[in-house]
Design a protein around this ligand. Structure first.
Ligand code: 13P
Length: 336
């Protein structure tokens, strides 16, 4: 077993999942302002420190993805954020892309940037304690899109990123996110997501990536959020499994889904059904941002001094997601 494979399994095994707390300052400002909290470095730290010192960090969360500001912050106890995470047994991770920009010659689509100077930034993050990283490619579905150009260029960037990350002895999360925005059908989502993921692996293999030392972070297969033809949770699970079984090489140890705008309950229920039906060899778990933090953030915003109360809300969500990652969640447990 390679060292990278060991790190991937430490993050994902036994129903553990990933807390995606890597919102950029721009995104975090939107989230905080939506609940009437001012977005300052102190407030961003206070909320994140509250989550990272929760009890469920020990038994549910295997890894935390951080943003550059956060990985450099010192908590109220004098420990660095990566030290707080490591002391719970979880692995610190870091978002290393610098965001999605308009794609030249197809400006309605996006290309993710951040390769320039990446090797040097990775060394710095390793020294700060990071052992895994994230890079997100983003694709939208419409009649024309995603174009071959967007599919190819984002896959190429994800592969070059992964090679540099593995060279630095960290596990790359490969995140091709096909957005749920639009009125497309679930069948369109299945076809486009499969094409996107297959191209990613074609490029990863060309770049000689150790596939046993990566984590794939895909979207689930859903109808667009404005589609009139929504599918059942059972169908979401079936189509998601079909997509991954047919497009992901068997060496990959695990898949950690993004929540992508699903509600907390929807993201939990779909993950649970995926695990109940899972006929693949892949670990199927969560790497949620909004679907782990939304209720905790709302609670915290009403009284930012109520640390225990906020942690109770977060612990509940993390425990529900971890049960779902084992196919053991039921809706009755939500009210206990
Ligand atoms: P959501 O779960 O809120 O989609 O965030 C996950 C993530 O990391 C997106 O890049």
């Amino acid at each position: 077993m390679s060292e990278l494979n060991k790190i991937a399994l430490k993050i994902l095994a036994n129903g553990k999942g990933i807390l995606a707390a890597d919102e950029s300052n721009g995104t975090m400002t939107k989230r905080l302002e939506a609940v009437n909290v001012q977005s300052t470095p102190e407030n961003r730290l206070a909320f994140r420190e509250t989550l990272l010192s929760s009890e469920s960090m020990n038994d549910c969360i295997g890894g935390v993805i951080l943003f550059d500001e956060t990985i450099n912050q010192i908590t109220s106890t004098g420990k660095s954020i990566p030290d707080v995470i490591s002391s719970t047994g979880a692995v610190p991770g870091i978002k290393v892309d610098t965001g999605a920009k308009n794609l030249a010659n197809s400006p309605e689509e996006k290309i993710t940037e951040g390769l320039d100077g990446l090797r040097e930034r990775l060394k710095k993050y390793y020294e700060l304690g990071a052992r895994f990283t994230k890079w997100r490619g983003v694709y939208s579905i419409s009649e024309k899109y995603p174009s071959k150009l967007a599919i190819h260029s984002n896959a190429h960037a994800l592969a070059r990123y992964s090679a540099l990350v593995q060279e630095c002895e960290m596990v790359p999360i490969v995140e091709p996110e096909v957005l749920m925005d639009g009125d497309h059908s679930a069948e369109d989502c299945l076809n486009k997501t499969s094409e996107v993921i297959k191209k990613c692996f074609e490029e990863l293999i060309l770049h000689e990536i150790d596939l046993s030392g990566i984590i794939l972070k895909p979207n689930m297969i859903l109808a667009g959020n404005n589609s009139k033809n929504k599918i059942s949770n059972e169908e979401v699970a079936e189509k998601t499994l079909e997509c991954l079984k047919n497009s992901v090489p068997s060496e990959v140890p695990g898949i950690a889904f993004l929540s992508g705008g699903q509600s907390e309950i929807e993201a939990t229920e779909n993950l649970n059904l995926i695990n109940k039906k899972n006929y693949t060899n892949f670990i199927m778990t969560y790497s949620y941002g909004r679907a782990l933090q939304q209720s905790a953030l709302k609670f915290w915003s009403t009284d930012t001094k109520n640390i225990i109360g906020t942690q109770n809300v977060f612990n509940h969500r993390a425990r529900m997601c971890t049960l779902a990652a084992q196919g053991k969640w039921t809706s009755e447990l939500e009210n206990k």
